[in-house]
Design a protein around this ligand. Structure first.
Ligand code: PMP
Length: 401
């Protein structure tokens, strides 16, 4: 049988993730210094592990309602109230206040994003996001037949209203903000969030805010927030008056609690959209993994700040070590930096990364995340000794070593 004939144009149009290619290169190295990893290096907190284990032992292994188990939904709703002032109504749709935001627990933040795209985008509709971008965005847009519109944000990687406004057309349905960002670690300021929200409102466009790294926002990038009584937090477009009518908030548990393999994320926002996403989840993912939904109920009461503080110190080390040699846009969050390959070297990022691999260091070339190939992504979610050794090699290579 000609299996090749059976493969869809959709699948053929997508090449394997460039991150995978770096992993493959790394697999050939003996004990590489791996600065390419997009997940935390700390273990899942014990209360989460215990809650997941108990759920399995207590037979919570079957399907759950598609929106997620009540105990988790209630806990997330309380968190969104305390954090953003949102009044999420977790009751079933028939009973819920139609003007209150809805909430859906899905299989990872990726699951929420896919469902949002499926629920909102017709073929030919446009979705705007920053270049450089999280690798999934353009592919998922194309998978649903939509058109990814990339907004060039070099050299500071800030998705501002001024940059987005000229890209909005009558086909634009979504603007997708990712803050703190992957791959640059850049955190949008409160006023940038506000201006973007106002722009989207004025154009009738939904602002999707991918805040999977929200807890990894370092002290210098935190702001008091529009509803100042909520304290210093990760800036979010969700913090402004009535934002829940225009913002689809997407957050997750994987990065914050080191449980990326548990595949748990959630989306909150306009109830109509959440309803459509839930319907689509019913016929695709069905529900997020049941025992792991139980596992993350204690998460939002668990203090991750010692880990976040440690990551902030690593961020400082990265910026301190590389800034004398190249431009590093201030990474206020996540666990990435996106330094420029010094122009004087005359190398593309791919060529520079090959040199890094030759010195046993793995980082990811910019063209995996961007139309340009001038920068590289470095993840500091790795132990400090490896990070130090890796940074020394990068600094040497940047000096032509
Ligand atoms: N958004 C961004 C910006 C990410 O970096 C990632 C993971 N790398 C995701 C979403 C997907 O996360 P999850 O594992 O929860 O699907």
């Amino acid at each position: 049988m000609d299996i090749e004939r059976l493969i869809s144009d959709r699948a053929l149009s997508i090449s394997a993730s460039g991150i995978r290619r770096v992993f493959d290169l790394g697999a050939k190295l003996k004990d590489p210094i791996n600065l390419s990893i997009g997940q935390p290096d700390f273990p899942v907190p014990d209360p989460l592990k215990s809650a997941a284990i108990s759920a399995i032992q207590n037979n919570a292994n079957g399907y759950t309602v598609t929106q997620g188990i009540a105990g988790l939904r209630t806990r997330i709703a309380a968190h969104l109230k305390a954090d953003l002032g949102w009044q999420v109504d977790t009751r079933p749709s028939a009973e819920a206040d139609p003007s209150a935001p809805g909430l859906l627990v899905a299989s990872g933040t990726s699951g929420d994003l896919l469902l949002a795209f499926l629920a909102l985008l017709n073929p030919g509709d446009e979705v705007i996001f920053a270049d450089p971008y999280f690798v999934m965005y353009p592919h998922v847009a194309r998978m649903v037949g939509a058109v990814p519109v990339m907004c060039d944000t070099y050299p500071d990687f800030r998705l501002t209203a001024e940059r987005v406004a000229p890209l909005i057309t009558s086909r634009t349905k979504l603007v997708l903000l990712n803050t703190p960002s992957n791959p640059a670690g850049v955190v949008a300021s409160e006023s940038e969030c506000h201006r973007l929200l106002e722009l989207c409102r004025s154009k009738g466009v939904l602002l999707v805010s991918d805040e999977i790294y929200d807890e990894f926002t370092y002290t210098d990038a935190r702001e008091p927030g529009a509803r100042g009584e909520l304290g210093r937090r990760c800036p979010s477009p969700g913090r402004f008056q009535d934002a829940e009518r225009n913002v689809l908030l997407v957050r997750g548990f994987g990065k914050t609690y080191g449980c990326t393999g548990w595949r748990l994320g959630y989306a909150a926002g306009p109830r109509r959209i959440i309803e459509e996403m839930s319907k689509l989840q019913q016929y695709t993912f069905v529900c997020a993994p049941a025992p792991l939904q139980w596992g993350v109920i204690p998460a939002l009461d668990y203090d991750m700040s010692p880990h976040i503080d440690a990551y902030q110190k690593r961020r400082d080390l990265v910026v301190r070590t590389l800034s004398p040699h190249t431009h590093v846009a201030a990474p206020g969050g996540a666990f990435y930096a996106f330094p420029q390959v010094p122009e004087r070297l005359g190398l593309t990022a791919t060529q520079f990364v090959e040199k890094c691999v030759g010195r046993n260091v793995l980082v990811i070339p910019g063209n995996v995340f961007s139309a340009r190939d001038t920068h590289f992504r470095l993840s500091y979610a790795t132990d400090e000794r490896s990070l130090l050794r890796g940074l020394e090699v990068l600094a040497e290579l940047m000096q032509g070593g």
